[in-house]
Design a binder for this molecule. Structure first.
Ligand SMILES: [Zn+2]
Length: 145
């Protein structure tokens, strides 16, 4: 029984490492290159642990990892609003993730984070900035955008 639990923890860690290194290894990060900057805004219950930006064919992909703040129980869902600003601080793109359930944090038990990802068509100019906001509310324009 004990071994089974340890095995699950091991799988969780393995997935985490593969996910992180897999993303970093074969893509050029626009954030690491200093081409864009990323600002993250935490919500009340969830924060963004880290983010990255890369180009994928003709898309720009902003992705990152969400984690709960503290060890609260109960389930809740949020989404991430992502806005891309040009160097002149005009809004180039806006998009949001679908609703994401962020898992509870239980000490010593597997994965306690959730990945999010937003795509934008086209490219973003050097010097752009990106803001990713954890948002638990709803949007009035859910369909019209
Ligand atoms: Zn929102």
């Amino acid at each position: 029984m004990k071994q089974k639990v340890l095995g699950l923890v091991g799988i969780g860690l393995g997935v985490l490492l593969v996910t992180i290194s897999g993303c970093a290894a074969n893509r050029v990060s626009l954030a690491d290159e200093g081409i864009v900057s990323v600002e993250t805004v935490p919500g009340k219950k969830v924060k963004i642990l880290w983010t990255d930006v890369y180009e994928d064919d003709n898309d720009v992909v902003v992705y990152g990892v969400l984690r709960r703040i503290g060890y609260s129980s109960g389930s809740f869902s949020i989404h991430v609003d992502v806005t891309v600003f040009s160097p002149d601080e005009e809004v180039l793109y806006e998009n949001r993730t679908s609703v994401i359930g962020v898992p509870r944090r239980v000490v010593g038990k597997g994965v306690d984070w959730k990945r999010f990802e937003v795509r934008f068509p086209g490219q973003i100019p050097e010097g752009s900035s990106i803001r990713a906001v954890c948002h638990a509310g709803r949007h009035n324009d859910e369909k019209s955008s």
